[in-house]
Ligand binder design. Sequence first.
Ligand code: GLN
Length: 257
Amino acid sequence: MSLTYRQIAQTLAEGGVEAAEFEAKQMLRQYGEDEKALRGAMERRLGGEPLQYIFGEWEFRGLRMLVDSRVLIPRADTELLVDTALELLPVQARVLELGAGSGCISVSLALEGMEAFACDISAEALQVASQNAALHRADVHWFEGDMKQGAGIAQGPWDAVISNPPYIARRELASLQAEVRREPMLALDGGEDGLDFYRAIIRQYPVSLVDGGLILLEIGYDQAEAVCALGEEAGLQVLTCRKDLNGIQRVVCLQKK
Ligand code: GLN
């Protein structure tokens, strides 16, 4: 007889998985009655791998995204960044994404009609991103590049620059959940105070924006004030700051005057 929900949830809980019941449900949804697959997944999960990498896919705004250890796992929080962009930009906006990872942001924007260009410093991540674009027949122009070196500035002008950059402060990296530490450090490490990439974006990219153009950023739980201040220092206007479902400031939108 196949494994029951109870058995899976209990085994995961005993192995220290925090959301054992939720994950047991997800596993049953993914593998159904396939006991061999279920046991394999449980074993990997108990070994510390995130559920999303085991499945090899995860949903973002209702879209199936392929994910593995080459990319950061798409977060529900990041849906707010996409929704904000869709609300504030014209449908045919020409946008540049910095640090595309799995590609979930640019694929979403392209499917809504925007002209999306997206770069990442990791060639491996770009392989995953372009697979995701192909899966959804989304037309995104991917390229390898480093936002700290101004990648994509020469291809402007842009209606918007959008990014969910690495934003974890150095001192907080070690205390991240074990699962998060399985994700690419390159996608998490925001430097000493977590703000390195915001500095790089806000100081370099305004020249590549049209007048009235936007910089849309996902931010960490305590970074709203610092990121808004960086924007003002660079002569940008803070257009809006949005809270996520937990009431945490999660998206900052700066505008070129
Ligand atoms: N949201 C991720 C986390 O808290 C961080 C992603 C990032 O640095 N952009 O684990």
